[in-house]
Design a binder for this molecule. Structure first.
Ligand SMILES: C[C@@]1(CC(=O)O)c2cc3[nH]c(cc4nc(cc5[nH]c(cc(n2)[C@H]1CCC(=O)O)[C@@](C)(CC(=O)O)[C@@H]5CCC(=O)O)C(CC(=O)O)=C4CCC(=O)O)c(CCC(=O)O)c3CC(=O)O
Ligand SMILES: NC(=O)C1=CN([C@@H]2O[C@H](COP(=O)(O)OP(=O)(O)OC[C@H]3O[C@@H](n4cnc5c(N)ncnc54)[C@H](O)[C@@H]3O)[C@@H](O)[C@H]2O)C=CC1
Length: 152
């Protein structure tokens, strides 16, 4: 369903975040979560991206996902390449009021990642309702503007 999301800055430090799926894009999402201090766990059918196994402090379980895995989880990333399964994960998490991102959809999630500019004393997050290319372009323009005006 297409509707506006509320922009919110969330403290992920020491929060349990569960990533389901372990491919190339999951790797990028995990790196982002780690950057903000999250405790990341991965559940996957197989590890398609080897760099995930090398990440310090990330627990990887090669097993089938079950609803029990959601206990005390703050944020879930549905990161498989199976959009039907990712949608199912979204529906389960949403019903439990768990934050859930879905990397194979524009709408079937309750939390989207954004295109971020990190300055020393400013953070800018851009979302374009599910269209990341547009967000990246706007983020890059904002970055230039802030740097030009010495507003980092
Ligand atoms: C809805 C959302 C859900 C989510 O993943 O959170 C989503 C969904 C999808 N992205 C897809 C593709 C790509 N996404 C990127 C990049 C990023 N995508 C990010 C966010 C979001 N992507 C959320 C909306 C954000 C918003 O509202 O603006 C960024 C900003 C943040 C991040 O992921 O951390 C990060 C940049 C990080 C950085 O560089 O700083 C690239 C480029 C690249 O990889 O280099 C491509 C390939 C090029 C292309 O195809 O555009 C597809 C497959 C489309 C298809 O196959 O057709 C879907 C699914 C779909 O559209 O159905
Ligand atoms: N949101 C975003 O930022 C982006 C999303 N995409 C989308 O991402 C998808 C491709 O993602 P990649 O990471 O390249 O995939 P990949 O093929 O590298 O990895 C898929 C992973 O999902 C796991 N998996 C699949 N089914 C599973 C199941 N039932 N249970 C548990 N794990 C399962 C696999 O074992 C594998 O680890 C494409 O559909 C594309 O549309 C692509 C670019 C960016």
């Amino acid at each position: 369903m297409e509707h506006k999301f509320f922009p919110l800055f969330v403290d992920l430090n020491d929060k349990r975040c569960l990533v389901i799926g372990a491919g190339n894009i999951a790797y990028r999402k995990i790196k982002t979560l780690l950057k903000y201090g999250a405790m990341v766990e991965v559940i996957t059918r197989d590890v398609a991206e080897d760099r995930i196994s090398e990440l310090q402090g990330v627990k990887v379980s090669v097993k089938a996902f079950s609803e029990k895995d959601l206990e005390n989880v703050f944020l879930v990333v549905a990161a498989t390449n199976n959009s039907d399964f990712n949608k199912e994960i979204f529906e389960i998490c949403n019903a439990k009021n768990i934050l859930v991102n879905n990397m194979t959809s524009k709408f079937d999630m309750n939390a989207r990642f954004s295109a971020v500019y990190e300055g020393e004393s400013v953070q800018v997050a851009v979302s374009s309702m599910g269209y990341p290319k547009k967000s990246l372009e706007i983020r890059d323009n904002i970055k230039k503007m802030l740097e030009k005006n010495n507003c980092q």
